[in-house]
Design a binder for this molecule. Sequence first.
Ligand code: ATP
Length: 300
Amino acid sequence: MLKVENVTKYYGSFKAVDNLSFTVGDGEIFGLLGVNGAGKTTTFRMIIGLLDKTEGQITLNGKPINYDVTDKIGFLTEERSLLTKLTVKEQVIYYGVLKGMKESEILEKLDVWLKRFNIEDYKERKIKELSKGNQQKVQFITAIINSPKLLILDEPFSGLDPINVQLFMDVIKELKRQGTSIIFSSHRMEHVEMFCEKLVVLVHGKSVLAGELKQIKKEYRKKNIHIEASDVDIKKLKEIKGVVDVVENESEIVVKIESDENVNDVFAFIKNCKEVTKFVVEDATLNEIFLDKVGVVYEN
Ligand code: ATP
């Protein structure tokens, strides 16, 4: 288990991380979220010991993180840091050896991962000859080649197409099932929503929203009702008590309500409309919760 307790980081007089605490259990996927400059990378660097904390404590399975445990940590850095003149094989061997692995073991695992990421033909190719997406796959392989107990992924999906985002997510879920603690940063809420159980949202280095995703959504009372019907009087719909907004999409109407207590009134109105084929009440999206709590436009 990774435990971050009351961690603060100052760069000179600037407070980049402010009294941050969270835990990531074995086999848990944890999201560290925030806009640019919120303090995500700083937090990661403190976890792996690249940066000193100003205050607080960070432990992995009860022990401070030092060189004895870094072999069991995998880190995908935000600024992709491959040695582009090396071949894929040389690069992965380089990282694997740094993590204390034998070359034979590295090569065995490398073949499995190259196949999994559909890049087995690139093994002897120089990194610089690979596309950005394929370079990212190689970087990801370097982070997991040592079968880490703790995997830190700084913006792992940036620049990937949807198919490769899915591929990365599948591998991350597989590592979770094997008991790896995974912590990743993203400013894309929809990625977080897809597979993250716990999260903390940072604003100016401070946690503004934290906990289990399911719980956060449950506790957030505003809901969205998705409706398909014809001849809906939008003006009257907007006048119903508790209706905050009505959005007309191509195929449906989305009614945003203050609380689930307002569902009945909306239903009573809609049931008198024609051709009602859909009436579905859904939790607000994480992005909506974020906007509401933080009150800033979140960049995608
Ligand atoms: P991004 O999503 O843009 O990568 P981030 O959430 O990872 O952002 P950090 O890189 O941790 O944010 O930066 C947090 C704050 O600390 C920012 O205001 C940044 O300008 C500042 N900062 C980061 N590194 C340094 C440094 N070496 N010296 C001074 N200030 C720094």
